[in-house]
Design a protein around this ligand. Structure first.
Ligand SMILES: [Zn+2]
Ligand SMILES: [Zn+2]
Ligand SMILES: [Zn+2]
Length: 115
């Protein structure tokens, strides 16, 4: 098991492996990897799904389309939380601070959300 840790990011606790101040982690460490996600199974923020699997002792669950109003996304740059619907609609840009999010994340939205 890799070492996992819990980091305070703008007042939110984000868990994962090598979590940085803007929620980058051991798995996603690029300039625009500044989003943390709350998982439906436990309601906790993780840097990414792999961080969840390393730190949590249970299977991952996704947000259903009925739950798109949950604030499941955290911008690591400014600390704003976005609902699932806001995140899916934000065009890879934080609506609060304008930070660019990694557009590649869209490739695995289905790991977090029922799309
Ligand atoms: Zn969980
Ligand atoms: Zn990670
Ligand atoms: Zn932001």
């Amino acid at each position: 098991m890799p070492e996992t840790e819990r980091v305070d990011v703008h007042g939110h606790t984000v868990s994962g492996v090598d979590v940085g101040p803007e929620t980058r982690c051991a798995h996603y460490d690029a300039e625009r990897d500044v989003v943390a996600l709350r998982l439906a199974c436990c309601g906790d923020f993780y840097s990414c799904f792999r961080c969840h699997d390393a730190a949590a002792d249970h299977d991952r669950e996704r947000w259903s389309q009925d739950e798109y109003d949950v604030d499941a996304v955290l911008c690591g740059v400014c600390g704003a939380t976005l609902t699932v619907a806001e995140y899916l609609d934000c065009d890879s840009t934080c609506p609060d601070c304008g930070a660019a999010f990694n557009p590649g994340c869209a490739d695995h939205h289905d790991l977090y959300f029922e799309v």
